[in-house]
Design a binder for this molecule. Structure first.
Ligand code: IMP
Length: 431
């Protein structure tokens, strides 16, 4: 028996929602450990679609405990909205099935405003293509040791003090950006307005997780975004502000690395990215449009059109190594159905030399040219396949080639958004 960490092995949007839902049925506890409501996980259960951003995917399954760990940045107003919306879909959410770490940092309206100001100021060159949810500014305050944390709402006597400390940083920054200063009372009212709703969910989550682990519970750590958006290992500065790395599952939930037994990298059969930043295999032709349309490549959170391109084995091989992926769940293979030719990036050319990894330098990342291997496509459909025997021979060849190039086995293969359309090779919990 193992605890499983799920991470995206590309730039996010690999289809983690479905796989996490599939795994959460086999888990007892589901933990989010980084990011915030910038994530977009779509779950389709019995034909009903649930869109989650901040809540762990376990909330839609009765009898599971979901935990928002200390590594997550929590927007309390977004929390109220999402809980209310999911409840309207008939799902029960209460402190019985959901807890939030007392030491989770909060996203406030001033963070979201700052995120938007930076994104909209083209002249300043600060545009990253963020989700404008305030994620970056909130993590900056956390690392800067001036964040308001969930537990602070439980102590109104000291809250004002904390807010003043925060504003001692933000008001000069706002003045510099030509924005009006914020009065401490405004922030106080903002957070106390939602305190009664959110505080019942607060818990000492590291202790709760330790108890669960010692009682033999299976824990599923649900990563958001992808390793190529990791603040260290991603395409910096076009990254998110958290660590999307599997190791963060330990730090972001308050457990030791020994609690993480199996790392499952969710991997799309082609590549997509939203926002700015390098994307060596990006396609600007009709094949790119085909992938975007067939794959419904629009962001769950922002509705933005995703950039699309061929599978980049160099990048996924790199994430397999940097984050320690034991096996992958390959998703959206059916999107490639019907293509005459399928290309896979197997290396890069940089300044006339062939290289087998993506260098960290921003200049080099913008310059690398993909080297492709070409495979024959398949005409039959893979959509809805539930066993290897249902797959066309060329599709199996493609999957085997991907495994060989990235140096990790396919543990699961997803062939449609329906959770039943999954081929299981190796149950990550039983590894
Ligand atoms: P932020 O996380 O909103 O600060 O955005 C930073 C970068 O991460 C941008 O390129 C976003 O498009 C990207 N990003 C954030 N969340 C997701 C996600 O859930 N899927 C894909 N990309 C994301």
């Amino acid at each position: 028996m193992a605890n499983v960490v799920v991470v995206g092995s590309q730039w996010g949007d690999e289809g983690k929602g479905k796989i996490v839902d599939w795994l959460s049925e086999r888990a007892d506890v589901i933990v989010r450990f980084q990011g915030g409501h910038n994530a977009g996980h779509t779950l389709v259960i019995d034909g009903v679609s649930y869109k989650l951003s901040l809540l762990p995917s376990g909330v839609v399954r009765p009898g599971k405990l979901s935990v928002i760990g200390n590594g997550v940045v929590v927007d309390p107003r977004a929390f109220v909205k999402e809980v209310t919306k999911i409840r309207e879909q008939g799902i029960e959410i209460s402190p019985v099935n959901l807890r939030i770490a007392e030491n989770a940092s909060l996203i406030l309206s001033l963070h979201q405003e700052l995120d938007e100001l930076r994104e909209n100021n083209a002249a300043a060159g600060t545009k990253i293509g963020t989700t404008k949810r305030g994620i970056g500014p909130a993590y900056e305050d956390k690392v800067g040791r001036r964040a308001i944390r969930l537990m602070d709402l439980a102590n109104p006597a000291t809250l004002m003090n904390r807010i003043e400390r925060l504003l001692a940083h933000h008001n000069p920054l706002r003045r510099g950006l030509g924005q009006p200063e914020i009065a401490p009372q405004t922030i106080y009212d903002e957070v106390m307005g939602v305190a009664d709703f959110i505080l019942p969910y607060m818990d000492v989550s590291w202790r709760l997780l330790d108890e669960k682990r010692r009682a033999g519970a299976r824990i599923l750590f649900e990563g958001a975004q992808g390793v190529l958006l990791d603040n260290d290992h991603g395409t910096y500065p076009y990254v998110t502000s958290s660590h999307t790395h599997a190791g963060q599952a330990a730090a972001g939930s308050g457990m030791g690395p020994g609690a993480l037994n199996y790392v499952l990298g969710i991997t799309k059969a082609y590549t997509t990215r939203v926002g700015e930043g390098p994307f060596p295999t990006e396609l600007f032709d009709e094949v790119g449009d085909f992938l975007g349309t067939r794959g419904h490549e629009f962001g769950t959170v922002t509705g933005r059109k995703r950039r699309c391109g061929w599978f980049d084995a160099v990048l996924v091989r790199q994430t397999v190594k940097t984050t320690g992926i034991n096996g992958i769940a390959l998703t959206k293979l059916d999107v490639l159905d019907g293509l005459d030719e399928i290309k896979v990036c197997v290396g890069y050319e940089l300044d006339g030399k062939v290289i087998d990894y993506l260098p960290a330098s921003q200049d080099a990342q913008a310059k690398v040219k993909p080297i492709y291997e070409s495979l024959e496509g398949w005409k039959d459909s893979t959509a809805g396949a539930r066993s290897w025997a249902d797959l066309p021979a060329q599709a199996v060849k493609y999957v085997r080639y991907v495994e060989e190039l990235i140096g990790a086995p396919v543990a699961m293969l997803s062939t449609s958004p329906d959770r039943l359309d999954t081929i299981l090779v190796q149950d990550p919990f039983e590894d």
